[in-house]
Design a protein around this ligand. Structure first.
Ligand SMILES: [Zn+2]
Length: 351
């Protein structure tokens, strides 16, 4: 697959074989292909070896998951019987009512924030939901709750413009609380990754006169290896160079920032995500990270499309093995265990 910038093939991959005498093959020569793939926009590399998914993980005993749900449900801060007593209230400028709700989504400030404006919205009133149990309505309401928070912040502080909707599900994803919740952030400066996507998209536009994201979708549809489906103005596909396992993108073709989401986008996004999460459940996935990369609010850009990325994380067993080792944490280079093309094939079945 090619996306050309100055005639150069930007979908670049190199396949090398790691060879050794394997104890699994009576010490005969074993050869495992490693795919090195380069991201056409940012130049970031990842490595894929699907055989790694079959490796023994000593910290992977099938114990502890139900214990985790049970132990965390007593005195949970986000359960309806405690939420009013245990969660912070907004300042007058953001919400004179302290907190606000849309359906089961209740929005309140993060008690330990890492953004100047950092709120939490619950997604369910139920303490635990498995990935396939989230309803389209719950996802829609969480998104609407996010929009309401962004609207209030952007109105009260004209300098804060970088908003993001984020969701960590279960401890392997970084969630410290099991009760389903999303995190809403608004900052004056973008995150490193957001800035990189924005800057590189601008560069691509200046070089070619085209919107990289629209071009990418066009190419993905043409090649039809990673493309999953469209829901309204949103295109869903897996990444050529994933940031994590089982990575799915949702690109909003007609808008560039999260504050432009209207009811139609939210409905189309929720119905798509619901099916993708059903697909995740069919793969046995229990934990994930979801995030939005958005241009600055109210800054309509022709060179960028708002997009979401979803990745799976390890199953939350008692002594699970993390999927971020030295390569991910220290070299910022991702080792991926699933072929993006097979993931897309599996997810297409949900639509
Ligand atoms: Zn709870």
């Amino acid at each position: 697959m090619k996306i050309s910038r100055g005639g150069i093939d930007l979908f670049e991959k190199i396949i090398e074989n790691a060879r050794f005498l394997s104890p699994l093959k009576e010490f005969k020569l074993d050869s495992q292909p490693i795919e090195y793939r380069k991201d056409p926009l940012t130049g970031r590399w990842c490595r894929i070896n699907v055989l790694r998914s079959s490796r023994v993980k000593q910290g992977q005993e099938e114990i502890g998951f139900s214990d985790l749900i049970e132990a965390s449900s007593s005195n949970c801060f986000f359960c309806p019987e405690n939420i009013e007593k245990t969660t912070p209230r907004f300042r007058q400028e953001i919400a004179s009512e302290g907190r606000f709700s849309i359906g089961e989504s209740k929005v309140f400030p993060n008690l330990f924030p890492f953004s100047e404006y950092h709120a939490i919205t619950t997604i369910t009133e139920k303490h635990f939901s498995d990935v396939h149990e989230f309803t389209r309505t719950q996802i829609e309401n969480a998104m609407r709750a996010g929009q309401e928070f962004f609207k209030r912040v952007l109105k009260s502080d004209k300098e804060a413009g970088y908003a993001s909707f984020n969701w960590n599900h279960l401890p392997p994803s970084g969630a410290s609380i099991v009760h389903p919740h999303a995190q809403l952030t608004v900052d004056k400066i973008p995150t490193y990754m957001t800035r990189m996507f924005l800057d590189e998209s601008k560069r691509y536009y200046n070089d070619t006169g085209e919107n990289y994201w629209q071009k990418l979708i066009e190419e993905e549809k043409k090649v039809n290896e990673r493309y999953i489906t469209d829901t309204g103005e949103i295109s869903w596909f897996t990444s050529f160079v994933p940031l994590g396992n089982t990575e799915v993108n949702a690109v909003f073709r007609d808008i560039s920032s999260i504050n432009e989401l209207d009811d139609r986008h939210i409905l189309d996004f929720a119905s798509g995500l619901k099916k993708i999460l059903d697909g995740y459940a069919s793969f046995g996935i229990k934990s994930f990270n979801l995030t939005f990369y958005s241009a600055r609010a109210f800054e309509r850009r022709d060179d960028f499309c708002l997009f979401m990325k979803l990745i799976s994380r390890p199953t939350p067993n008692k002594y699970y093995t993390s999927d971020a080792g030295f390569m991910e944490a220290m070299h910022l280079e991702r080792i991926v265990e699933s072929m993006p093309e097979s993931v897309a094939e599996g997810l297409r079945k949900q639509f």
